[in-house]
Design a protein around this ligand. Structure first.
Ligand SMILES: C[S@@+](CC[C@H](N)C(=O)[O-])C[C@H]1O[C@@H](n2cnc3c(N)ncnc32)[C@H](O)[C@@H]1O
Length: 357
């Protein structure tokens, strides 16, 4: 079985299927999606054994996680689910003599959906039972090694499991693709979690260290009540927060934040800034064009912005908005867009000028 097993926000399966369909066609890969709305996952099946490398997780917007699928086991006997799984894992290994090293970790998962969540207890206990068996057979490293490929068992029902593996360099480093972040007591809004997740997901450790340094400057368009501004100020950035609404007073006490009551679609900075972030609730193409103007005018080197999506054809709107952004920016850019765990009907984009260091 060749294909991808992708996790996504429940309800966004058709959007992920449309995205994968387009991306596969562009890459010349024949494939089709097997998806049901609300299940929180989909399979993208085809003949290309290199699909996972040709459609990298990092480049996908609607996939929280993307894994290389190699087996689907139905009608599992609850008295012995391990034997058929071992057989499938060993036969997969035999088919590819290049993969002799053991897996570095085993993650037993379930979709993040109404039907999937009740399977969390089974996933935990099954993982505890399967792990020592895999170790005994030399299929799993004696102790967890996050550098080696990971083995994933995904229960979609008690008697139905999907087997897959992943490359730690091109997959989400969190089970189910969900980072568990806790809202800080001082955060002015839950939205702070969105920007925290964006920084964690769209930048790597080195980029975060180099691109978010004390003394750098930022504008936050649509800042109230101040969650994103608060996250930037915690990194030591000086932030101009643009919003007609009020900011939480303790933000201003940091001495790092200036609040301007202005229209985020018209305000422009007096001098270039390191960052612009934007969480204004508006038509996505309008936001994308405005952020594009910031890059065209050289007003920022980095931007993180949210695009609020319509209820239907969200992939189409995503493409349209990102195209409008690129066309308007007229500058060489690197873009990463993703529907984050803390995003609901929206996606988050990081863009930077290629010359930025
Ligand atoms: C989702 S909230 C932002 C939440 C914020 N990121 C946080 O972390 O607390 C959207 C904000 O955008 C502001 N907004 C919408 N249109 C705007 C505009 N044209 N100019 C400035 N602010 C705008 C609204 O007043 C609202 O406070």
């Amino acid at each position: 079985m060749n294909g991808l097993l992708c996790y996504c926000r429940a309800g966004f399966e058709p959007d992920l299927a449309a995205e994968l369909g387009d991306r596969a066609a562009e890459a010349g890969i024949a494939g089709y999606a097997r998806a049901t709305r609300g299940e929180g996952y989909l399979l993208f099946l085809g003949d290309d054994s290199a699909m996972a490398t040709r459609l990298p997780w990092r480049s996908l917007v609607f996939a929280r996680q993307s894994l290389r699928l190699f087996a689907e086991l139905r009608d599992l006997d609850p008295r012995d689910r391990i034997a058929p799984m071992l057989e499938a894992i060993e036969s997969e290994r035999d088919m590819d003599p290049g993969r002799r090293a053991p897996y570095g970790e085993l993650w037993v998962e379930h979709p993040d959906s109404d039907a999937g969540k009740p399977l969390s207890g089974l996933a935990r206990s099954f993982g505890n039972a399967l792990r020592p068996v895999l170790r005994k057979r030399g299929l799993l490293a004696a102790s967890d090694d996050p550098r080696l490929p990971r083995l994933h068992v995904c229960f979609v029902a008690g008697d139905h499991a999907l087997l897959a593996d992943s490359d730690p360099a091109d997959s989400a480093p969190w089970p189910l693709g969900v980072p568990r972040l806790r809202l800080h007591a001082d955060a002015p809004s839950r939205s702070a979690l969105k920007l925290e997740e964006a920084l964690l997901t769209l930048l790597d450790d080195t980029q975060r260290r180099e691109w978010l340094r004390p003394g750098m400057t930022a504008a936050d368009l649509g800042a109230a009540p101040g969650g994103w501004t608060w996250v930037l100020a915690r990194h030591g950035l000086r932030v101009i927060a643009i919003d007609n609404g009020p900011l939480r007073p303790h933000l201003l006490e940091t001495g790092l934040v200036e609040h301007l009551r202005a229209d985020g679609f018209h305000w422009q900075p007096a001098r270039p800034l390191d960052w612009m972030v934007c969480d204004m609730v508006e038509q996505p193409t309008r936001v994308a064009r405005r952020v594009g103007e910031w890059f065209r005018e050289g007003w920022c080197r980095h931007a993180i912005f949210n695009l609020k999506l319509p209820m239907k054809k969200r992939w189409l709107e995503t493409r349209r908005s990102l195209d409008a952004f690129r066309r308007t920016a007229q500058a060489p850019l690197v873009l990463r867009a993703r529907q984050l765990y803390h995003d609901r009907e929206e996606i988050t984009v990081h863009a930077r000028r290629v010359s930025a260091t």
